[in-house]
Design a protein around this ligand. Structure first.
Ligand code: NAD
Length: 474
């Protein structure tokens, strides 16, 4: 069985630790590869390499760095089918679905790297007394990117563009549950040795990386629990962290919308990627005037999300990524049912191998149940019927999380009210969407650090000013 290797200074090599982990195909439960468990020595070696490589990388002209990152994006695009297949094998995503997100991530990598060409790395501000203030944005140095498994390729590519184009070097620690696609991504890398390094493993690699004193920024995407630990570590070191964490996103469905069309959109938001998206719709509030028709249509739509091995044609929904994820879904459904909820669709697991769970609709839930308070990260749509739009909005806004929210309404006053929800992004009459200008910071426990527009460049650089007196020769 193949054991995956780390990439340090452009050379692939074995971990310095002894621990090994299995990569399990969640559709078959077969072990498909092994990876190192991770250790501090691997991290130290990678960080030292990234620190050494950084000055030469930062000394290249911006356009050269952008061109090198763009060439890597093109190489990734040329292997998109293969990467989608690897994602399917390691975490279950249907190949066709994976392909769409990889294409999007490649376009995103190119666009975010190209932003460097117009970003203000140097601004000269003349003053009335003839002096000049020069504002420079320096790269930070060696940085870390730690990613989850739900979009293995997209999460890595999404973080790297601005960090690299701004002149930083990076140590990447992908999820221990999705290392196959990460290894392939970095086999395709054409950057100078040491600019991007890969350390495999679980928290045994992630924690020492996040707490390494020579790492100037940790870009972490993952659960609230691990994010809190990362934030505590970087806080103690007085280092920067961008934390993109979990959610429990609501969707509010107003009276006056088409119940069938909206139910299809909600099914997509709740079930695509087997509900394993940080912004999956995990709480549904529907106006009583259309509730009956909406729930019927949602139940029907749930039936079209056929679960199966994502390698097979026509499969809409793969398995959950592992047994732990399935246990969470089981626990949430069982608790809700024991306390009076009704399973309207799904809820019954298929026999046989694989961590499958069907698209499930629950009604009769109340807001004290875990299904409404904890992130489920599974194909579950719990529905609450509300007497008014205002009450739906108020309940939707009552959460410790604050990633995103979606509202379906035809009423302009309700659009205006929804815009004030305490979340990073409010989507109106569509789920997802919005270009690179979509600037936001998650609210509550869903993270910290802004995303979108030029925020990634602001995070990837440190501003410094030089004030030059009038009459100074320059
Ligand atoms: P996780 O927190 O278990 O792991 C994420 C990464 O952190 C992995 O690489 C893991 O090895 C590493 N890690 C774990 N403990 C660590 C520690 N103490 N120090 C440093 N690194 C550590 O999350 P997961 O199960 O892989 O991913 C699912 C979670 O990610 C969900 O909560 C989901 O909402 C969230 N997510 C958020 C976004 C976003 O943009 N907000 C996007 C995707 C996923």
């Amino acid at each position: 069985m193949k054991t995956l290797q780390n990439l340090t200074g452009g050379v692939w090599g074995d971990s310095l630790g002894d621990a090994l982990l299995d990569v399990v195909n969640p559709a078959t439960e077969e072990v498909v590869a092994r990876l190192p468990g991770g250790c501090r020595a691997d991290v130290d070696r990678a960080v030292e390499t990234a620190v050494k490589a950084q000055p030469a990388w930062a000394a290249l002209p911006v356009a050269e760095r952008v061109a090198r990152v763009t060439a890597w994006a093109d190489a990734v695009a040329g292997h998109a089918d293969e990467l989608a297949e690897l994602e399917c094998r390691e975490m279950g995503k249907p190949v066709g679905v994976g392909r769409v997100f990889i294409d999007g991530a490649v376009a995103g990598l190119k666009a975010s790297a190209a932003q460097a060409l117009s970003y203000g790395f140097e601004e000269n501000i003349g003053r009335p007394d003839g002096s000049c203030t020069k504002v420079l944005r320096h790269p930070l140095g060696a940085t870390a990117v730690i990613t989850p498994w739900n979009f293995p390729v997209a999460m890595v590519l999404g973080a790297l563009g601005p960090l690299l184009a701004a002149g930083n070097t990076v140590v990447v620690k992908p999820s221990e549950r999705s290392p196959l696609s990460a290894v392939r991504l970095f086999e395709l890398l054409g950057l100078p040795p040491g600019v991007v390094n890969l350390v495999l493993g679980d928290a045994r690699a992630g924690a020492p990386l996040a707490e390494h004193p020579d790492i100037r920024l940790v870009h972490f995407t993952g659960s609230v629990g691990a994010g809190r630990k990362v934030g505590a570590g970087t806080g103690g070191l007085l280092r920067r962290a961008v934390l993109e964490l979990g959610g429990k996103d609501p969707v509010v469905v107003d009276a006056g919308v088409d119940p069938v069309e909206t139910a299809a959109a909600v099914a997509f938001g709740a079930f695509i990627n087997t509900g394993q998206i940080c912004t999956s719709m995990e709480r549904v509030y529907v106006h009583q005037d259309i509730a009956e028709e909406f729930v019927e249509a949602l139940v029907e739509a749930a039936g079209t999300y056929t679960a199966g091995d994502g390698h097979d044609e026509g499969v809409m929904m793969g398995p959950l990524s592992d047994a732990r994820q399935r246990d969470t879904v089981r626990r949430h459904v069982a608790e809700a049912v024991a306390r009076g909820a009704t399973v309207r669709a799904g809820g019954v697991e298929p026999d046989g191998k694989g961590f499958f769970y069907p698209a499930t609709v629950l009604t009769g839930v109340d807001e004290s149940m875990s299904v409404m308070t904890e992130e489920t990260f599974g194909p579950l749509a719990p529905v609450v019927v509300v007497p008014s739009f205002e009450e739906g909005l108020e309940r939707a806004s009552r959460s410790r999380f604050g990633l995103a929210a979606t509202v379906y309404t035809r009423d302009p006053a309700h659009v205006a009210a929804a815009a004030r929800m305490p979340v990073g992004v409010v989507w109106i009459n569509q789920w997802q969407g919005g270009g690179p200008e979509r600037l936001y910071e998650p609210a509550g426990d869903s993270g910290m650090g802004a995303t979108g527009s030029t925020a990634a460049y602001d995070a990837a650089t440190r501003p410094a000013s030089v004030h030059i007196a009038a009459g100074t020769a320059s």
